[in-house]
Design a protein around this ligand. Structure first.
Ligand code: GRF
Length: 190
């Protein structure tokens, strides 16, 4: 299955997806990386891995931004999209066009702690466990069908940085597996 990865930042999840797809038994073919921020380190990292990586700045017009993205995806015959730290909210129009074809990784056990500050919110709430969720993307933010979750224990000494990095270790193992499940289901038509 042809895969596009959307990023906004460092792209550590992206690298793990690319590595997974380079496995000969993989059902995933990473055709394109799209980033909305020109300075994002992830763009270079993708190119170093031999993957085409383009920047589409988000600008002010959501629809113009998403139209450009959609055209690039169609040009490359993309089957599905992995959001790997993509920090823009997609409109209902776009998510409808790609229904069941967009997956996201989020650093909490959804439906707890939605949004851009999930790790901070978990710490503030004083929870003893948190984790990560891979889910399909629907119009409502961080609310689509859950595919997989992994838990992480919160320790007394954790701050946002240490906790996020423990969560990311789990993300890096889980997200490539979820990508494979989705790719296989598309290739095998199930
Ligand atoms: C991850 O923690 C992911 O859960 C969240 O954004 C972060 C992206 O990190 N959506 P990276 O760019 O993959 O390192």
């Amino acid at each position: 299955a042809n895969v596009a990865i959307f990023i906004s930042g460092t792209g550590s999840n992206m690298i793990n997806l690319i590595n997974q797809a380079s496995n000969p038994s993989s059902y995933s073919n990473i055709r394109l990386v799209i980033c909305n921020r020109p300075e994002a380190h992830g763009l270079e990292r993708a190119r170093e891995k031999g993957i085409e990586a383009i920047c589409i700045p988000h600008g002010d017009d959501r629809h113009a931004f998403e139209d450009k993205i959609h055209q690039e995806l169609i040009k490359r015959d993309i089957d599905f999209i992995c959001l790997a730290g993509f920090m823009r909210i997609l409109t209902g129009e776009f998510t409808q066009k790609w229904i069941n074809r967009i997956i996201n990784i989020h650093p909490s056990i959804l439906p707890s702690f939605k949004g851009a500050h999930a790790v901070k919110l978990a710490l503030e709430a004083g929870v003893k466990v948190t984790g990560c969720t891979a889910h399909f993307v629907s119009e409502e933010v961080d609310a689509g069908k859950i595919i997989a979750q992994e838990v992480v224990a919160v320790e007394e000494k954790d701050d946002e940085k240490t906790l996020h990095s423990k969560i990311q270790e789990k993300e890096h193992l889980m997200f490539p597996k979820v990508m494979e499940i989705v790719a296989k289901s598309i290739v095998c038509g199930i």
